[in-house]
Design a binder for this molecule. Structure first.
Ligand SMILES: C[S@@+](CC[C@H](N)C(=O)[O-])C[C@H]1O[C@@H](n2cnc3c(N)ncnc32)[C@H](O)[C@@H]1O
Length: 287
C-alpha cells in the first residue's frame, strides 16, 4: 500500500483525500480533487488504488496508514461542523492554511446559503490553486476569495480588504497547519482568532502531541516521517499534549472547548477504535 508522497504537505494531504475516492466505502465524496493532479496520477489510482485496509508491511507504511485515516476523519469532522454551523446561522467560512481544500465546491450548504468563503495560504499555493481552478472551471466564483498571506509575517488582516466581515457569525477552520509553525506564531494566531470570534461562531483546528516532533519509539514510523518532512522543508515545529492545550485555550479566553483524539473521530465515524492516541487531535471551540 506504499504511497508515493508528493513534495509538499498540501499536495500530500490532498492526495490522501484523492486516494479515499478510490476506496470501497467513502466517508465523503469529492469530485473536485482531481482538478489539482496530473491525469497520469489519477489513471494510476484508478487502475491500481492503494488498499488502505491492508496490513502495513513496515513502520513507514503503518504511519502512512494512520495519517491517511486521520486526514479522512478530520475532513469528515470539519465538513459536519461546517454544515451544522451553517444550519444554525453562520454566514462566513474562513479556511486558514486552506491548501487544496475543495469544501466551497463540494458542500452544497455553503453555496445554498451564500456563505462567503475566504481561503488563506502562502502566495505560491494560492497562485497554483487559482491557476488550477481557472483551467478547470474558467473563473473563481464571486463568493470565494483566495487570499495570499503568511502566518509567520502576521498577514491575517489581509482578509478584511477582501470583504471579511468581523461582525458575522463565522466558521474558522485551521486544519493541518499548527504543527508547521513555531509556538509563538500559534499563540498569536489563537489570540487573533479569539479576538475576532463573534457570538455564535465556531473554531475548529488540529494539533499534535510533542511526540510527533522528534524521533522516538512511541509513534510507529515517526523516524521516516521526520526525515521526509525535513527533506521537503516542512518539519513539524510545534506539538502540545491535549490537556495542556485545553488549559492554554481556556487561559486565552476560548469557551466550550472539545478535544477529539483521532481514536474518538474513528469511533464516531467508523465505529471502531484502532488509531493510537498521542498523535493528532482536533479541537473545537464555540462562542
Ligand atoms: C498540510 S497542509 C493542509 C491543507 C488543508 N488545510 C487540508 O487540510 O487539506 C498545510 C497548509 O498550511 C499552509 N501553511 C503552512 N505554513 C503557513 C504559513 N506560515 N502561512 C500560511 N499558510 C501556511 C501550507 O501552505 C499548506 O497549504
Amino acid at each position: 500500500m506504499n504511497i508515493e508522497w508528493l513534495n509538499s504537505t498540501n499536495k500530500g494531504t490532498a492526495l490522501l483525500k484523492l486516494i479515499h475516492q478510490f476506496q470501497d466505502d467513502t466517508l465523503f465524496v469529492d469530485g473536485c480533487l482531481h482538478w489539482f493532479f496530473d491525469r497520469s496520477l489519477i489513471d494510476r489510482l484508478k487502475t491500481n488504488p492503494p488498499n488502505m485496509k491492508s496490513e502495513p508491511k513496515d513502520e513507514t507504511e503503518h504511519f502512512q496508514q494512520i495519517a491517511y485515516w486521520y486526514v479522512i476523519l478530520r475532513e469528515k469532522y470539519g465538513d459536519e461542523v461546517i454544515e451544522s454551523s451553517i444550519a444554525t446561522g453562520c454566514k462566513q467560512l474562513l479556511l486558514l492554511g486552506s491548501g487544496y481544500d475543495t469544501r466551497f465546491f463540494r458542500l452544497a450548504s455553503i453555496r445554498d446559503n451564500s456563505v462567503k468563503t475566504f481561503e488563506v495560504d502562502l502566495p505560491e499555493t494560492i497562485d497554483d490553486k487559482k491557476k488550477c481552478l481557472l483551467a478547470q472551471i474558467g473563473q473563481i466564483p464571486q463568493e470565494l476569495s483566495l487570499i495570499p498571506g503568511n502566518f509567520n509575517l502576521d498577514q491575517l488582516d489581509n482578509i478584511f480588504a477582501h470583504g471579511f466581515n468581523r461582525k458575522i457569525p463565522t466558521i474558522y477552520i485551521w486544519q493541518g497547519v499548527s504543527y508547521y509553525l513555531e509556538k509563538e506564531i500559534v499563540s498569536n494566531m489563537l489570540d487573533w482568532i479569539e479576538d475576532i470570534m463573534t457570538p455564535s461562531s465556531v473554531f475548529v483546528f488540529d494539533c499534535c502531541s510533542p511526540l510527533m516532533t522528534f524521533k522516538n519509539h512511541a509513534i510507529p514510523g515517526i523516524h521516516s516521517n521526520i526525515d521526509r518532512l525535513v527533506e521537503i522543508g516542512e518539519p513539524y515545529r510545534f506539538g502540545m499534549y491535549a490537556d495542556e492545550m485545553e488549559s492554554w485555550l481556556r487561559e486565552k479566553g476560548f469557551q466550550n472547548i472539545e478535544v477529539l483524539q483521532q481514536g474518538d473521530l474513528e469511533e464516531t465515524f467508523l465505529r471502531r477504535r484502532t488509531l493510537p492516541d498521542r498523535m493528532w487531535y482536533v479541537v473545537t471551540a464555540k462562542t
